[in-house]
Each structure stands twice: as C-alpha cells, then as structure tokens.
Design a binder for this molecule. Structure first.
Ligand code: ASP
Length: 329
C-alpha cells in the first residue's frame, strides 16, 4: 500500500517536472543542438544549417548549433541522440540513412522505430553522378565504355554503407553489373576534396553540393538520379540515369529531424510548430531550390506522417540492400 502510494507520488513528481520543462522550453540559457552524423561542409550539414537558421527564427531567435558527430555511416550521431536526455535540447538531423542503416549493419546500437520521436521531414534531394576532373569521359556513354574497359580498377567514394552516396553508387554498379572499390569517408565533403584532387574516380552526391563544384568546373557531371530532368540552371541539360540507359534508376533522398524517445509531448509540439514554420520560410525554400532540392510541404511534416513514411522506406530498401549482400559490422 505504502509502496503503491510512493510510486503514485513519484509518477506525479515526474509529470510535474516534465510539465515545468515543457512550459519553459526552450529555456533562454540553453542552446538546442542538432547532431549531424556526417562531416561539416557536406549536403546534410548544409541542409541542417539552413533548417537551424529558419527554426531559430521561428523560435524567436533561440540559439541552435550543429554538432558534427560523424562516423560509421551516420550511426554514431544517431546513437548519440537515441541515448541523449529527452529534453528537446539534443536533436538528430539526418537523411535516408535513418531507413537504411538497419539493413546494412548486422547490429545497430539503437532501434530506429522505438528510440526516436519523429519531428517531421523537411526536404527531398536528387543526387548526381560526378567524376574526377581528369576522367577521359565527357558523357554517360563514354563513361560506361571507360568503366567497361577498366573493370577492377575503378573506385567510388561514399559516406559509408547505407549513406545516400553509397545507395546510389551501389545501384549504379548493380545496374551496370560492374564491381567498383568502395571508398568510405565520414561524409561526402572530405570525399569531394579527394574527387577534385583525383584520388578517387566517381561519386554520387546530393545536388546541393555538386552544383557549385560543377559550376566551378572542379568535377565532371554525368547524370542526375531522378526520373525526370531537374530545373536547376546548372543541371537542366544533364540527362537522367534512365535517359542514359540505366533502366528504372531513380534515387531521391529525404531529410528530417528527430528527438530522443520520451521527449515531453508539449516540447515536441513546440519543435514541430517551429519546423512547420521553417519549411514555409522563403529563405529556407530559396536555399533548397538553389541546390536542386525541394522543400516538403505535406503530411510528412507531421510526426505521424514522418514516421510512417520512414517505416515504408525501411521496407522498400531492405530487400534491395539484402540482395546486394553488403553488410557492415
Ligand atoms: N551526402 C552524404 C551521403 O552520401 C552525407 C553527407 O556528407 O552529407 O549520405
């Protein structure tokens, strides 16, 4: 009887402190951190910084900072948030890896379905196959001939198994029935540096970071991964993979925000309200548009729509990944 009474008191105290946290959230003296599981300067980092700026504006100028916790295909950063205090001050900004890493890794230290609160998706990103500037090929037909003539000698950079660049590169190889040496980095920013320097041959990356390098003639561009051409002035004449003969090739990735499981509902609501204001911010829209990305403005901006979409992506990618037989430990 006494212990039952004590547990009722304990639950009451917990609820009272959750309510107090929610009421004062975000506290003026506490910074919100977006944990970003890839290297600084890459496309996921760029999108996170754009969102942080617009969400900060929506939260009365509250400070939001980025913590680049890169490594292990993005799973180190995701795990950091899964284990963080559920107080709304440590959030995860990540992309399609949230749906693919569980199929690539034999074991992951967190559960994608159970360890996060889903806050909303914000953008969709096409990808782009690019190559080192010294490649002898200038279009997809020449690239495919060069690949076929150099089997066993070609390498392709990515941000680790399950990352967007890896998925795209994996589909490229399986469609061409060619194996390349995969070179993993902590994100595609350091991979881009090596591609420009000629240390690696090829990479798929989000258009948000390929466009400036193509414009600056630092890399060669061969195709976009969407089913139709993009409207970006830099890429509008770039063929799709399908036009270049790679049947059914279609990769678009997405990005969103997560909180640790157990974050109070009132805190989640404040964050979701800020996210929904941010995706309507003309500045956020302009920045995504300039990078060939599109801002999501549908039911996936809401926790339920976000979660059911990610779960459907887990189901979509699992057989594709399993059939490729690529695993990470
Ligand atoms: N673009 C990377 C990927 O391939 C991640 C990044 O560095 O933003 O998943």
């Amino acid at each position: 009887m006494r212990s039952k009474f004590l547990s009722v008191v304990a639950v009451g105290a917990l609820l009272a402190s959750a309510n107090a946290l929610a009421q004062e959230y975000p506290a003026a003296n506490k910074t919100i951190t977006f944990v970003l599981p890839y290297a600084a300067g890459g496309p996921t980092d760029k999108a996170a910084r754009d969102l942080a700026q617009s969400m900060s504006k929506a939260m009365g100028g509250h400070s939001i900072v980025i913590d680049n916790a890169a490594g292990a295909s993005g799973s180190i950063g995701a795990n950091k948030v899964a284990k963080a205090s559920p107080d709304g001050y440590t959030l995860l900004f990540t992309h399609i890896a949230q749906a693919t890493l569980s199929s690539f890794f034999r074991t992951l230290p967190y559960n994608v379905e159970k360890d996060f609160e889903y806050l909303g998706l914000v953008s969709e990103n096409p990808m782009n196959l690019i190559g080192r500037p010294s490649l002898p090929s200038n279009n997809m037909a020449e690239l495919v001939s060069w690949i076929n003539a150099n089997k066993g000698k070609i390498n392709i950079a990515n941000a680790g198994p399950g990352s967007a660049s890896h998925l795209c590169g994996m589909l490229f190889q399986s469609t061409l029935k060619v194996d390349m040496t995969s070179v993993p980095y902590k994100g595609t920013a350091p991979a881009m540096t090596d591609l420009i320097g000629g240390q690696v041959d090829l990479m798929c990356d989000q258009t948000t970071t390929t466009i400036p390098q193509i414009e600056g003639k630092k890399v060669k561009s061969f195709a976009v991964t969407t089913s139709s051409r993009l409207s970006s002035p830099v890429l509008k004449d770039m063929p799709t993979m399908q036009e270049a003969g790679l049947k059914d090739f279609n990769v678009t990735i997405w990005q969103g925000l997560y909180a640790p499981k157990g974050t109070p509902a009132a805190v989640l609501k404040k964050l979701n309200d800020a996210l929904k204001t941010a995706v309507k911010d003309p500045e956020f829209i302009r920045k995504q548009d300039a990078g060939g990305a599109s801002v999501i403005n549908d039911a996936r901006n809401d926790p339920a729509g976000h979660k059911s979409f990610v779960m459907s992506e887990v189901t979509k990618w699992a057989p594709i990944i399993k059939s490729a037989g690529v695993y990470a430990d």
